[in-house]
Ligand binder design. Structure first.
Ligand SMILES: CC(C)(COP(=O)(O)OP(=O)(O)OC[C@H]1O[C@@H](n2cnc3c(N)ncnc32)[C@H](O)[C@@H]1OP(=O)(O)O)[C@@H](O)C(=O)NCCC(=O)NCCS
Length: 328
């Protein structure tokens, strides 16, 4: 085991060009801009229309590598968190490795739904520590539009597509972005409340029914309750592990599933809502891409100063949750 400190030294994001507004959504189902805005805070989202998710992941990765001033050839590890990959094999990480020229990197995908970026960070840290790896690229990329149930108005209003990336550096001398603590958790007993069935093309001997289509099924109220409780727990845990107080954290970047979840968390912890970055109005819930896209935009728009603390927290299917806190 190599005892290195781990640092976030670059971020990037990419979303599809096509904007789908709430007005557009009202044309495919019985809903309204007023309902979507008041229940979720979402005004629009992006959806793939011709682009490949793995190319968005590549665009986000390039931006993160440029920001980190690292060449793809210097990467030791690529982890992509996704459950809606362009191809199951070669997986998205292998695609990035071969098309970006990351010749020596170990590359693989993981699936932890909307908590995927937090899991990829935790897994990357562990692998880097064991193998003494210097540079890792972690990505969250999802296209929930391809598994949306367009007959279920309580879910088809929520999702969007995108990709976000971060470069991790495992070097004691790196002067910025030190990760002070990270965590992941599973809550398998509640897994039934958020479900996307796997693919089943059938065989000459068995034809699956329509109920076996690969689409989202969700008990919104249960997931809402889970999210508000688990985010508070994760944030307290991270603060304790990092030996900081939540009051000392300048920016909180939570999974952008619903603006009301973020408001609830801020209220429960009695923290100013201004410190919670939000872009759910523009992108909806982009699953594993949500935290890294929001992190990238927060870094660009809020420009936290060196030494300020940033905390990430995510939750999602599994049920799963995770997060990290780092010093800019
Ligand atoms: C999905 C969610 C927005 C629904 O909000 P809610 O306040 O729980 O709404 P409900 O499901 O109780 O529905 C309330 C009413 O609105 C209606 N409704 C549901 N979706 C609607 C829509 N898109 N447009 C208009 N009305 C809608 C319902 O039929 C219901 O009508 P009724 O009172 O006449 O029966 C909310 O539960 C949520 O955000 N949950 C968390 C989801 C999440 O974060 N998932 C991802 C986790 S990674």
């Amino acid at each position: 085991m190599v005892n290195l400190s781990m640092h976030i030294i670059g971020t990037g994001a990419a979303v599809p060009k096509r904007v789908i507004t709430n007005e557009d959504i009202t044309k495919v189902g019985d809903t309204s801009d007023e309902w979507i805005t008041s229940r979720t805070g979402i005004k629009e989202r992006r959806m793939l229309s011709g682009e490949a998710l793995q190319d968005l992941a590549k665009d986000a990765a390039r931006e993160a590598l440029d920001a980190a001033n690292i060449a793809a050839a210097d990467l030791d590890l690529i982890i992509v968190a996704t459950f809606t990959p362009t191809n199951f094999t070669p997986n998205t990480a292998c695609y990035l490795k071969s098309t970006m020229g990351a010749g020596k990197a170990v590359a693989f995908d993981i699936n932890s739904a909307c908590s995927g970026f937090a899991y990829s960070l935790w897994v990357a840290q562990s692998i880097m520590a064991v193998h003494g790896y210097k540079n890792a690229l972690i990505i969250g990329a999802d296209a929930l539009s391809i598994v949306t149930n367009w007959d279920d108005r309580s879910t088809f209003v929520l999702f969007g597509d995108g990709a976000g990336a971060a470069v991790l550096c495992g070097e004691d001398e790196a002067s910025r972005g030190e990760i002070l603590a990270s965590t992941v958790h599973n809550f398998d007993d509640e897994g039934h409340s958020l479900f996307v069935t796997g693919i089943n093309n059938g065989t000459p001997f068995y034809k699956p029914g329509t109920s076996e289509k690969s689409i989202v099924t969700m008990d919104g109220k249960t997931v809402f309750r889970f999210a508000t409780v688990v985010c508070v727990d994760i944030m307290r845990e991270l603060a304790e592990k990092a030996k900081v107080t939540l009051d000392e954290v300048s920016y909180f970047v939570l999974h952008q599933a619903n603006g009301r979840i973020i408001d609830h968390v801020a209220g429960k912890l009695k923290l100013p809502i201004e410190r919670f970055f939000k872009n759910v109005d523009k992108y909806g819930n982009t699953s594993a891409a949500s935290v890294p896209i929001a992190l990238h935009q927060m870094m660009q728009e809020c420009r936290p100063k060196t030494g300020e603390l940033v905390m990430l927290a995510a939750f999602g299917g599994g049920l799963t949750a995770g997060g990290a806190v780092f010093r800019v």
